[in-house]
Design a protein around this ligand. Structure first.
Ligand SMILES: [Zn+2]
Length: 239
């Protein structure tokens, strides 16, 4: 089983390990900035490590066996197999999912498009089809562009209004005649809409745009670096 130090050596970056509540033992990490070239070298060294080809859609892939990295288009992936699954982001919201009994994991890529398409809510609904109750589902929200930096224009605000006509203003923040969007609030609303208690949610409080240790597409205007967020199920110990 890979450990934190190993991943740090593979990707040449620092990792934050999620400390799940309720004594869940599933390893899950949010990295700091990874250079694309380092990622391409590193990923070759990992087995059973799946990442979807992200397309800013709302497709939730259920993985029942290992598939090649980037071989399927999806922006969320869940599995009950002994695999690592993850997503890549550089301002968008990375979200990892675990169940209390340690039998299902998931990874979600939610930028503004995915958040408006309610990809997190769709993923949670899919997890529930396996019989998990809301209080048995745990969520970790990783580094992304926060409302301090995420200024949005009228076209996006109109789309937000259309999707959330009753409460769209709750996700916006107004400052100096500019409007800022909270992707965090937008995704927490989806968590609460599925009745998952907020104490099951772990949040990494960092803005990718403010903090130079992270890659930010808006700040850097480059796809040469990004964050990786991933989670792994391990083989059950025979006993
Ligand atoms: Zn910021």
């Amino acid at each position: 089983m890979y450990k934190k130090d190993f991943f740090e050596e593979v990707f040449k970056t620092e990792l934050t390990e999620i400390s799940w509540s309720k004594n869940i033992k599933i390893p899950a990490y949010f990295t700091k900035k990874i250079k694309k070239t380092q990622f391409e070298e590193g990923i070759k060294r990992l087995k059973n490590f799946f990442l979807p080809k992200q397309v800013h859609g709302d497709e939730v892939l259920e993985l029942d066996r290992f598939l090649e990295v980037f071989s399927v288009e999806a922006d969320a992936v869940i599995t009950r197999k002994s695999l690592f699954v993850g997503v890549r982001t550089a301002d968008c919201v990375p979200i990892l999912i675990a169940t209390e009994d340690g039998s299902l994991i998931g990874a979600v890529h939610a930028g503004w498009k995915g958040s408006l398409k309610k990809i997190l809510q769709k993923t949670i609904k899919k997890v529930k089809t396996f019989g998990y109750k809301p209080e048995e589902i745990f969520i970790a929200i990783g580094p992304h562009i926060r409302e301090c930096c995420y200024e949005v224009k009228s076209d996006l605000i109109e789309l937000l209004k259309k999707t959330f006509p009753d409460n769209y203003e709750n996700f916006l923040h107004f400052r100096n005649r500019s409007t800022f969007l909270s992707l965090l609030k937008l995704n927490l609303f989806q968590v609460q809409s599925e009745s998952i208690p907020l104490e099951n949610v772990w949040i990494l409080e960092s803005c990718t745009c403010c903090n130079l240790e992270y890659a930010s597409f808006r700040r850097d205007k480059s796809l040469e670096a990004f964050q990786l967020s991933f989670i792994g199920l391990t083989e059950k110990d025979p006993c």
